[in-house]
Design a protein around this ligand. Structure first.
Ligand SMILES: [Zn+2]
Length: 86
């Protein structure tokens, strides 16, 4: 079963539409159960849309923000049973 950490790891591929069918199902199942990740993905989507519509020189700042969000999410979900999430 996919955990929050795993979902965060897949999130950029998810937004790029590069997940396998199996991964997509795992992500959807997790999102159906986890309000935190739903919010996280929604924020990512919004950020990505914003980045795409910005001129290049403004993108790095937002990308850094996006990365910080991902790092934060990783930390927040790091209270589980070790590193066996796969
Ligand atoms: Zn989650």
């Amino acid at each position: 079963m996919l955990k929050c950490k795993g979902l965060v790891a897949l999130s950029s591929d998810l937004l790029d539409g590069e997940l396998s069918l199996k991964q997509r199902i795992a992500v959807r199942t997790h999102l159906a159960m986890c309000v935190h990740c739903r919010r996280f993905i929604r924020q990512l989507r919004v950020s990505q849309r914003v980045i795409r519509h910005l001129p290049d020189e403004q993108a790095p700042e937002l990308e850094a923000l996006l990365r910080a969000m991902q790092a934060q999410q990783k930390q927040g979900s790091n209270t589980g049973s070790g590193d066996s999430a796969k």
